[in-house]
Design a protein around this ligand. Structure first.
Ligand code: ATP
Length: 288
């Protein structure tokens, strides 16, 4: 069995520039991986089938699973006779804005590249990933990056300043399509992506905290007021910056002093069941 790590991502920025004629939104986002990860086990099958095994009942066990789609894509593209059993040990909350499904697909692409000796480059795997979902390309590389287009064009960035990341997920799942659908593109307060890149490249933590922004917050906040409550609580408990990740509902707080981490964690645990304290992984290496 080959094991591959599938880390979650957070958005330090998420901007929508316009709606394209193909109905996708043209985005500009800065994403980074964190050390909350699913574990993907891959085992070749001689019968040619693709099977998904997971103890989590919310993980689809058929071709709706992005990891299944990843295996099927490689199998069909390269005319392979082998199949694979994909075991998904889920740690990343589902439908949370943390790209769990996309990361599982990316880990499957990376793992099968080895298991099936395909010798594909990361760029080639990322290109395949884009056919499965907009966030899969980023997840193939991991680390920290600026994603443009519909999210599939990736430019690697430096490792962000060191800090703690506290993730809090309210007990709801959010549909990414619903949130993008509710966005009024003519009436957006855009985050300053250039400033965020500067903060990352100069290792400037205060500037990073100042520059976080996500245009989807207003849409999700309106539909799910519990997400606003979590953001406000996290701010009240003393996080340096607080932002919703992706289309939500997970909210993350950044803190650079360890002493404040437990205060925020304990405060949030009072009314939110799923709270995680993690680190940014920063660069591409820890994916192996
Ligand atoms: P993003 O941040 O990319 O918008 P997300 O974290 O909000 O994604 P996911 O956890 O990927 O959302 O789940 C979205 C949907 O994808 C779920 O409703 C689930 O049915 C489906 N899905 C497909 N494959 C997987 C997988 N491997 N793990 C979890 N969900 C999956």
């Amino acid at each position: 069995m080959l094991y591959v790590k599938a880390p979650a991502k957070i958005n330090l920025t998420l901007d929508v520039l316009y709606k394209r004629p193909d109905n996708y939104h043209e985005v500009e986002m800065i994403m980074t991986t964190v050390d909350l990860a699913d574990r993907i086990g891959l085992e070749t099958r001689k019968d040619g089938q693709i099977k998904i095994v997971s103890a989590d009942r919310f993980v689809p066990d058929d071709n709706r699973n992005f990891a299944y789609q990843a295996a099927e894509l490689l199998k069909n593209t390269y005319g392979l006779s082998e199949g694979v059993t994909i075991t998904i040990e889920k740690q990343i909350p589902i439908a949370a804005g943390l790209a769990g499904g996309s990361s599982d697909a990316a880990a499957t692409l990376r793992g099968l590249n080895e298991l099936w000796n395909l010798n594909l480059s990361l760029d080639e795997l990322a290109e395949h990933g884009a056919k499965i979902g907009s966030d899969v390309s980023f997840c193939v590389y991991g680390g920290t990056a600026l994603a443009t287009g519909r999210g599939e064009k990736i430019k690697e960035l430096s490792v962000p300043p060191t800090c703690w990341v506290i993730l809090a997920k309210p007990k709801i799942g959010v549909s990414t399509a619903e949130i993008y659908g509710g966005l009024k593109v003519d009436n957006i307060e855009h985050p300053n992506t250039t400033k965020m890149i500067e903060a990352i490249e100069n290792n400037d933590y205060p500037l990073l905290c100042e520059s976080v922004g996500n245009v989807l917050e207003s849409v999700t906040f309106e539909l799910y007021p519990e997400v606003v409550t979590i953001k406000e609580q996290m701010q009240r408990f003393g996080a340096d910056a607080v932002l919703m990740s992706g289309s939500g509902p997970t909210v993350f707080g950044l803190v650079d002093h360890e002493a404040r981490v437990s205060r925020i964690y304990n405060g949030l645990r009072g009314f939110c069941e799923e709270v995680y304290v993690v680190r940014m992984l920063g660069d591409r290496n820890p994916l192996a």
